[in-house]
Write a protein that binds this ligand. Sequence first.
Ligand code: IVH
Length: 717
Amino acid sequence: MNEKDAEKRIKKLRKEIARLRDEYHIKNNPNVTDDVYDSLTRELKELLKTYPEFADSNAGENRVAGKPLDKFVKVKHKVRMLSLNDVFSEEELFDWENRIKKLLGGGAKLDYFCEVKFDGLAVSLIYENGEFIKGATRGDGFVGEDITENLKTIKSIPLVLKSPFPKYVEVRGEALMSKRTLQKLNKINEKEGKTLFANTRNAAAGSLRQLDPKLASERDLDFYAYDIAEIRASQPKNFPGLLHPSDGTFPEKNSLAGLPVTHSNKHKLLKNLGFNVDKNDALCKNLNEVISFIKKFEKIRDDFPYGTDGVVISVDNLKLQEVLGVVGKAPRYMAAYKYPAEKATTIVKDVKINVGRTGVLTPLAIFEPTSVAGSTVSKATLHNMDQIERLDLKIGDTVVIEKAGDVIPKVVEVLKNMRSGKEKKVKMPDTCPVCDAKVEKKQSPEKKNSSRLLQPSAGTFRAENFSSPDSSVAYYCTNKKCPAKNERYLEHFVSVFEIYELGPKILRRFKDEGLITDAADIFALQKEDIATLERFGEKSAENIISEIENKKRIPLSKFLWALGILHVGEETARDLAIHFGTLENLISSTKSDVSEVDSIENIGPAVSKSLINFFQDKNNLNFIKKLEKNGVVVEKMEKKKAGKFTGLNFVLTGTLSTMSREIAKEKILALGGKVSSSVSKNTSYVVAGEESGSKLKNAEKLGVKVLTEQEFLNMLG
Ligand code: IVH
């Protein structure tokens, strides 16, 4: 990126960040998650590091977000309400420590106070002579809104402090809605057709920043205290501002003769005054202890009753806090460790086209590498052109990526506001990027049941097995001998056979050396063939051969999957194997009567057509023969031991209340029964859940017995 582009990007980022801040802090209605906001802010910070000439002390990133609302009386904070600087990794945490240690000089030894970072609404509470007199929001940090009446409805905000209390104290903390309360509230809102709150923060803020205290009281909010901004004991003259005794000693517990000298003292005092403070909070002797705290809390975070977004780490000693001071909007002596984001933003640098084993062309987005859920992501499949159109994704776009199920990164949104106008449209090529043959557009099969597509099995991800549920058009390379298809096919084949020794590089080498021309040749390899190759020794040759030998037996379901038949992925292969039991049965069925394939639950006409095409092709039958000749043994699908459903044919229809249809199907199969998708005179039972449609009518027409869910459950036993 050159300077000019950087300047433009910085401007765009500032504008979008400001817009998001506005949505978040003022309207309490963000359209994106905090992760996205954080990610953009981070990019801006990085850019400003490289191009400090564009830094601007008046820009949004240097100001505390939020603006007081007009509808409330404004309150000028006596002590500014600050924000926190974020750190996103252990490395950044150590950087922070290095910076502050340098500033403090003399090899200072620091204790750190660690506390949960609540995700609610920051508020400030003023108590005079032990009595709650005023409560305000943060606003822009200098001026907030007076929400005293609303705050009084929160039971965990004491109206009177426990004695002994100071003459004057300003307490800072977070007003919160528990996750359970939010769930309940959203359920009600849903029933009443009202908008749902996106998270506990918005719900808490929305409840407090409205004018009717009655409404606030219905919301069942909580308050946790985390700081004291100002405290005065009985002799105010001696204790101006945020104080601590100048000799740095802390007198006996519960005594107000002296005031806190450490952040942990403050927490203790807050607790003694009658506030909630989180019991996870802990004093740590060094950063390693801090990291243990972070890891420990991460484990229980999901079960924690309130929404949290990290851990706040403070230099415990207040004197040192004062020395370190505040820069911009945030204190130097505190850091907010943020847990790895599930979502992040990045820029699409390019969209490459991959050719898969079935010849399908798959677009792959190449990103500016970014960190999501703890690992670096630099590419993600876009599945197909439909997906690109749905997202309206262009090369150069800023996108939100998410790591679904912690494994596969995916693009979930394009941030159109971040466009510069230079973005380029993605186009499918007319010719194959690998062999230059013509590319053909084909309709993808209709899936009868798309849910399976959302669950690729772990470690077996391939773009073509994971097309989006409603994909409709796909582009294929028309060259049967396309080298990309061939190579991808070999890779697919060995991965299904679990021959891990044969990675893509070795396969390509074997091909180039003429050791293999197709996958069947793999099983005829001899140790000497490999050992004589340059860079392959006896030992590695032996390992490869012995692994191939061990993997020669394969269950029918996997074998069918390995064959790479168009539209037959792992799940479909399993359905076919369960239904037919042996390869011979399947092949002869495709020769005579296709309707048997059609009738299998989840399998549609596109699959049966593809099976016929595949098994009618002599080359494919010869390939299977060659595999068997070279020692591959296809194991029959273990027929389930005859169970009480043996010989019975079920059709499932409608929604079952106690289990999904997938589970019901598994249970029937386990007991020896079969499940078909359509009702015929061969059907023994139709299990009718709620909202059963045409299948139920057909059953009645054909006189097939219909079971209610309860009757079916009784049969299962
Ligand atoms: S300490 C200097 N402790 O996080 C202001 N803040 O991102 C920080 N927050 O405005 C005060 N839990 O609303 C502190 N245990 C905690 C916190 C916490 C949540 C919020 C607070 C602050 C924001 C900064």
